[in-house]
Design a protein around this ligand. Structure first.
Ligand SMILES: Cc1cc2nc3c(=O)[nH]c(=O)nc-3n(C[C@H](O)[C@H](O)[C@H](O)COP(=O)(O)OP(=O)(O)OC[C@H]3O[C@@H](n4cnc5c(N)ncnc54)[C@H](O)[C@@H]3O)c2cc1C
Length: 412
């Protein structure tokens, strides 16, 4: 089978779907290839940061997302396990209207985008289609270009001719591989166990973190009656946790926060606990002649900043004007696409660094780092200018690295 599309997007995660939506309505034929047969039911929550809210608003989707079960979260409180409050990060300090974050299920945002795409017959989502490779003319070197993709559906090999391929295919990114783009993939030492539990009666409106020695328990209301709970565990201990079983996990978590004892009784099988390893991706480049990478395929980051899906959306939107110019000129060379990468790298790299710094201190187990972490948290409110900078970076509203002076003031 041989057919033609203006654009092929590999991967129907949020990045790929938003990319299609941003281009829909311009009469271009867009084919999205998704390896999975159906959209999976996710067992974790997600934070939509203010930057993500602004982008959803720009796409006319924010109201739809807010109408579904979700939680408007205005502040996060950080507590020392077995001790006192360390600090509060208050999103209300940001400029309205995006001065909060939204906690919901990733499937809700995805469903809102899918619903909108339904009105665009020129966008076709093909489920159960596994990308296998790109088709080139003129070889890999100078003058060579991509002219299509090959994918497999139910054993059949299919070809689509296209001048442009978007690799929105996640951390392992077969598109990145096919393009021969080198990427450094880092698997973090710690992973998360994630549970969607009943929200304990009277649970505070705001999200909270309990931090200890190599212990993090995050508790975010996700709707009026559900709580998104994530618990840090060493990746190598995941099997041991599973072997010890649910009662031991419930006990360990309930010791940190006794209000969770009863809600966790209602989590009855290990099937309801999702295991989430964390990876960072640093791709050497995000563009090639006739191809771009977006989202995790280009730059997955540690979830401490709650930004992965937000950044996938930001890529998709930043690509829009660049692609408009490519279509106008009929030029899909790397030179024509590289403006997208130049526009996006500063924010992504700042967030990756910030997420790694948070990982280094928040996940700490040794007394020196734990002491330093707690000290910095306790001094956050005494230095509103520095906390404001951190908040705006995490919210995705600024790209403003901390200076050495900022850091020293937080510690000394
Ligand atoms: C524990 C944890 C918590 C997180 N919390 C948050 C959060 O609160 N907020 C946030 O913004 N981000 C969060 N993230 C990050 C977020 O999940 C990712 O950054 C985001 O999903 C990336 O989107 P994407 O579209 O780039 O890729 P993905 O969502 O990974 O989508 C890639 C798609 O490509 C498909 N695919 C792969 N190979 C092929 C192939 N050969 N052919 C066809 N299709 C293929 C896959 O099936 C998949 O559907 C978290 C991550 C973790 C691990």
């Amino acid at each position: 089978m041989n057919e033609q599309a203006d654009l092929v997007i590999v991967g129907a995660g949020l990045g790929g779907l938003v990319r299609a939506l941003a281009l829909a309505g311009e009469g271009r034929r867009i084919v999205i290839l998704e390896a999975q047969d159906r959209f999976p039911v996710t067992r974790r929550g997600e934070i939509l940061q203010p930057q993500g809210l602004a982008m959803l608003d720009q796409l006319g989707l924010l109201d739809a997302v807010r109408k579904a079960p979700c939680h408007v979260n205005e502040a996060f409180h950080f507590h020392r396990i077995g001790g006192s409050r360390l600090c509060t990060v208050d999103y209300r300090a940001l400029e309205p209207p995006y001065n909060y974050c939204l906690v919901n299920l990733p499937s809700i945002t995805q469903a809102a985008v899918l619903e909108r795409l339904r009105a665009h017959p020129e966008v076709e989502i093909r489920m159960g289609c596994v990308f296998e490779g790109v088709i080139r003319e003129g070889g890999r070197g100078e003058g060579g270009k991509i002219t299509g993709v090959r994918y497999r559906r139910q054993g059949e090999l299919v070809t689509v001719r296209t001048p442009l391929v978007v690799g929105a295919d996640g951390i392992q990114s077969p598109v990145r591989e096919a393009l021969g783009i080198r990427a450094r993939i880092h698997l973090y030492r710690d992973a998360y166990l994630v549970i969607l539990a009943p929200r304990p009666p009277g649970f505070h409106h705001d999200g909270r973190y309990h931090l200890g020695r190599r212990q993090i328990l995050g508790l975010f209301p996700i709707s009026d009656d559900r709580l998104y709970l994530f618990y840090l565990v060493p990746r190598k201990a995941l099997e041991a946790y599973q072997a010890r079983g649910l009662p031991a996990l419930r006990e360990e978590i309930s010791v940190i926060d006794p209000t969770l004892r009863e809600p966790l009784e209602q989590v009855r099988s290990w099937e309801e606990v999702a295991t989430m390893p964390c990876r960072r991706v640093r791709a050497d480049r995000w563009t090639a002649d006739g191809a771009v990478l977006i989202g995790d395929a280009a730059h997955a980051m540690n979830p401490h900043v709650g930004q992965g899906r937000n950044q996938a959306m930001a890529d998709a939107l930043a690509l829009a004007p660049v692609l408009a110019a490519c279509f106008r000129k009929g030029d899909f060379s790397r030179n024509a696409l590289v403006a997208y990468e130049a526009a996006r790298r500063p924010q992504v790299e700042l967030l990756q660094r910030l997420a790694d710094e948070e990982t280094f201190f928040w996940n700490a187990g040794d007394p020196a780092r734990v002491w330093l972490r707690d000290r910095v948290f306790r001094r956050m409110e005494a230095h509103p200018d520095v906390s404001w900078k951190i908040l705006r970076n995490v919210a995705g509203l600024a790209v403003e690295p901390l200076t050495i002076r900022d850091r020293l003031r937080m510690v000394l």
